[in-house]
Design a protein around this ligand. Structure first.
Ligand SMILES: Nc1ncnc2c1ncn2[C@@H]1O[C@H](COP(=O)(O)OP(=O)(O)OP(=O)(O)O)[C@@H](O)[C@H]1O
Length: 264
């Protein structure tokens, strides 16, 4: 589904006193299935934007819609079903004492209405579930199919993040939010997780917002690149404009309040 943000406002009180209006009349249109990458200096509002979209932070004004539906009025059940999220820390979002299959089962139960029988059946996967999960992991090219009974806590950070991604997309969400989800990984694990990210996003056609500090990722992934500075969009590139960017040109623009599309 498409994401529509109109007139969004959010600010916070500052430790030394006073108020900082981070987002003021912020607008963003993101068509269905678009993979949007968000970059910007520390404190520019990237994670706050994801929190506002996810509904973990209430907007102070404006409207956020997924398709025709207000994100601010989504029930907890629909929110869990429609919005998948992967955080920076591989320890977030998975239960370390539970096996890969039990974690997947838990994530899958979000598909079902709280009033449906399936959601009352618990997290214990049956033989059919185990087979399905093995097939899913194999189809995604993950070498974890023979380890579905392994506790998540025994996996490496990279492996754990791949499972977090699979979990976040298992209920086929309408929107996927990735908050620096490869920042804690070594280069090899990062490449693997980004490969999986592309595969899942393209396979499911999920509208995706990915926050990153990696300029290589920003250039090599996604359909569109947004640069934030002080809660404002200071760069918005797609197609040939995005293809013309380089690490050097982005680095020059990074954190600059004066960025304009014409600067590139
Ligand atoms: N719940 C909150 N209460 C008060 N201030 C907040 C809250 N959430 C975020 N902020 C402030 O809003 C600003 C933007 O934070 P945010 O985490 O969105 O930045 P960011 O662009 O994601 O930065 P980074 O790249 O460092 O992760 C920061 O100054 C932060 O301290």
């Amino acid at each position: 589904m498409s994401l529509h943000i109109e007139g969004l406002a959010w600010g916070h009180s500052q430790p030394g006193g006073g108020w900082r209006q981070l987002f003021k009349d912020f607008n963003l249109e993101c068509p269905t299935a678009q993979f949007l990458v968000v970059i910007g200096s520390n404190g520019s509002g990237k994670s706050t934007l994801l929190n506002l979209v996810a509904g973990t932070l209430p907007a102070q004004a404006g409207s956020l819609k997924l398709g025709e539906r207000s994100l601010q009025k989504l029930s907890d059940y629909r929110r869990a079903r429609w919005i998948g999220r992967v955080m920076q820390n591989p320890l977030d979002g998975t239960a370390p004492g539970l096996s890969i299959a039990e974690n997947l089962r838990l994530a899958e139960s979000r598909r079902h209405s709280p009033f449906r029988l399936q959601s009352l059946l618990g997290i214990h996967p049956n033989q059919a579930d185990l087979r399905r999960y093995q097939e899913l992991l194999e189809s995604l090219g993950l070498p974890l199919a023979d380890r579905v009974n392994t506790p998540i806590g025994q996996l490496s950070g990279g492996q754990r993040q791949t499972i977090s991604l699979v979990m976040a997309t298992l209920a086929e969400p309408q929107l996927l939010l990735l908050d620096e989800h490869t920042a804690a990984l070594d280069p090899k694990a990062e490449a693997l997780v980004m490969q999986l990210t592309e595969r899942l996003v393209r396979r499911l056609g999920t509208t995706t917002l990915m926050v990153t500090h990696s300029l290589e990722q920003a250039l090599n992934h996604g359909d569109r690149l947004l640069m934030l500075h002080e809660g404002q969009v200071v760069g918005d590139w797609s197609g040939a404009d995005k293809a013309a960017l380089s690490v050097a040109s982005l680095r020059e623009l990074y954190g600059s309040a004066k960025v304009q599309l014409s600067d590139v």
